[in-house]
Design a protein around this ligand. Sequence first.
Ligand code: SF4
Length: 383
Amino acid sequence: MTTTEAPPSEERAAPRRLPRPSAVIGALGVLSVIATLALWWLGSLPDEVEFETGRPVFINIPDVVVALFYVAVTTFIGVTSYLFAVRAKSWQRGAAESRSGLLERRLHRLREGLTMRTLLRDRQAGLMHSMIYYGFLVLFLGTVTLEIDHLLPGNLKFLHGPVYLGYSMVLDLFALVFLGGLAWAAFRRYVQRPLRLRTKTKPEDGWILLTLALIGITGLVIEAARISLVGRPDFERWSFVGFPLSGLVPESIASGFHLTMWIVHAAAFMAFLVVLPTTKLRHMLTSPANMALSVRARPKGAMREMPNLLEATDVETVGASVPAEFTWKSLFDTEACTVCGRCTSVCPANTTGKPLDPREIVLKLGEVATQTAADPVSSPVSM
Ligand code: SF4
């Protein structure tokens, strides 16, 4: 491929003293592993207090299963970090291109990416993605809140009484939002099948939806089994999804059923930790990062300065013919591609029947980049 221009000299001035992204990701991975093990140790310190309106953490989960859970989560966090670091090694071999400075504009773009402002321009897709994203985020923060409360000394614990009731209601509400978003996504992809989704639907799309749905559904089922296990106390009615479902779980099987579902839920989360870096689901992290990195001094749409190729005598190659001749930013763009096809659907050449397909260009570059990486890396659309 020889269509990409070399960036002008000021954009090529790479800050060499900065650590390589793969090293930063590796270091964050090590820190996360240590933090997870520390949480396990802190959580094992005896300070469990039972409140009338509240719930104990790890109720009905034997200590050995809790230990296996922490070991497995630690291992999978290490694997996830490794897989992201290997991907970083692939794109960081690109040519230098400075994307430092302009902090205020970068933070603005990052915020737009994290709050999905740009995605909301397409109302349907934006709302659907928001339901999945915010649903997942709130459920995840709910688990973090539970863990924080679990680690606090008895007199500082806050997740009981009215706070617990509100917490229960909000989590059930966002579980529904999350699952509703996933159902909508499945309907769009497999029933409505708009052309730009139909032409690029792969098994990994199904795996992503299945993994996320399994996390959401088992979360609600565990809640129902736990409520049945503790005798369906009245205050649990605030869990307005889990409480009615708990009526379907006979008390006699509640304990075994709860433990089994808890293990399935934990396994689904580990699967998510592998699916995240190896499929396009990685765009949860790479798209906002790429939006922040997209800011540059050159105005949007302004052409790069090109040498006069008819007169230049010191130009060895024009454009790029191998992945390493693209800039790292061009390679990173392929990591953030969600395969949505919007670029192709609004491409004037494509819409008038020309064979130019911008999405295909991005995906092919990503495919070549990943296939020529030193360590095995899955393609932008791998399965
Ligand atoms: S490059 Fe095209 S297909 Fe990929 S995320 Fe951007 S608009 Fe969507």
